[in-house]
Design a protein around this ligand. Structure first.
Ligand code: AHG
Ligand code: MN
Ligand code: MN
Length: 339
């Protein structure tokens, strides 16, 4: 048996070597990002201790304001990456506007969009949360400050995307469009080690994931689909199981490994859905498609949506190909019964 010990850094460098035109910049960018993620992971693991370790009011022992973990994660990513010379612009779910690279630093050719902390409502109850990132090549001229246009590219244009789950272990999953690879953080070594090589999503699963509390607001097609999943039919492995963590990263991570479908639809309460195209849906769709899955808003492939603003929302149906095709069939035949 060949013993393999592949760190994230080595994996990224090896992957870039396959492309002779590569400059190594993307590797360096991802390595900078990995450092921020390790710091966030350490902080996440201490989340429950914040009150115990002497934080009174909003000041910590250093006299600094205690910030919410999502602001902390946002700052960590920004600070790990702003001076690397790889980016021309960033945008974060936590900031209204695009984030320029400080003028004293070199301006690079990449664009970073990120959701620093996904599933924040789960922080206080020790349930998995995550970080999501998305990387594009700039479209504005090199050497100039990045623009909104650099950020508002279709998901198809991503050159890399990834997510981190802070779960029972911390895991980073990324793709550059070919192959999806998962790395588990070894807390003793402080290194991400390849643990899930070339992840492939099953073509069909038996788990569905949706916030069923919104049932009354759904349209008929979706109600019929969920009813269909709950009906018994051994040939199609129904009834499906229902699982919903409430952290998109964790729900999609499970879907990627076990198969099935994750949904955050539009409904009469949220006509545009809830999840954000640029920080959540595009990167997760890029990853799931690279693993052989499918992601749509019901009518259109997520990656083909032309973004109009940074924080726009979209409905999403994502997961195993057969399961996503099935929900599309139901929602596009609203009211009719499918079999
Ligand atoms: P965020 O914490 O980045 O704002 O994202 C929360 C999102 C997503 O992670 C999760 O799947 C979804 O909100 C849960 O929404 P509901 O509570 O409406 O089910
Ligand atoms: Mn989120
Ligand atoms: Mn968030």
């Amino acid at each position: 048996m060949v013993f393999r010990f592949m760190t994230l850094e080595r994996h990224i460098i090896d992957a870039e070597r396959l492309h002779p035109e590569a400059t190594g910049e993307l590797s360096k960018l991802l390595s900078d990002l990995a450092i921020a993620i390790k710091v966030i992971s350490l902080q996440v693991n201490k989340a429950g201790l914040v009150d115990i370790l002497g934080m009174t009011g909003d000041k910590n022992v250093h006299g600094e304001s205690v910030r919410k973990l999502d602001m902390f994660a946002h700052d960590m990513v920004f600070r790990a990456i702003d001076h690397g010379g790889h980016l021309c612009i960033m945008a974060s779910e936590e900031e209204e506007d695009i984030i320029h690279i400080p003028t004293d630093f070199k301006i690079g050719k990449y664009v970073l969009l990120f959701d620093p902390m996904d599933g924040s409502s789960n922080i206080d109850v020790n349930i998995s949360i995550g970080t999501i990132f998305s990387i594009y090549r700039r479209v504005s001229p090199d050497g100039t400050p990045g623009t909104m246009e650099d950020c508002l590219q279709q998901g198809l244009e991503q050159i890399a995307a990834g997510y981190v789950v802070y779960g029972s272990s911390t895991m980073l999953v990324y793709t550059t469009g070919h192959g999806v690879h998962g790395f588990t953080l070894d807390p003793a070594l402080g290194e991400f080690i390849l643990s899930h090589e070339d992840m492939q999503i099953p073509q069909k699963g038996k788990i569905y994931s949706i916030n069923e509390g919104n049932h009354n607001y759904w349209d008929t097609g979706l109600k019929n689909y969920i009813k269909y999943l709950q009906d018994e039919d051994s040939k199609t492995e129904r009834p499906y199981s229902s699982r919903y963590v409430g952290s998109m990263v964790a729900d999609i991570h499970r879907t990627l490994i076990y198969g099935g479908i994750y949904m955050y639809p539009s409904d009469s309460k949220s006509p545009k859905g809830k999840l954000r195209l640029m920080y959540e849906c595009n990167p997760m769709s890029f990853i799931v498609e690279a693993a052989g899955g499918r992601a749509t808003n019901g009518q259109k492939r997520i990656l083909e949506i032309q973004p109009e603003n940074l924080h726009q929302r979209t409905p999403i149906f994502i997961g195993s190909k057969e399961d996503v095709l099935k929900v599309e069939e139901f929602i596009n035949n609203s009211g009719k019964t499918n079999s």
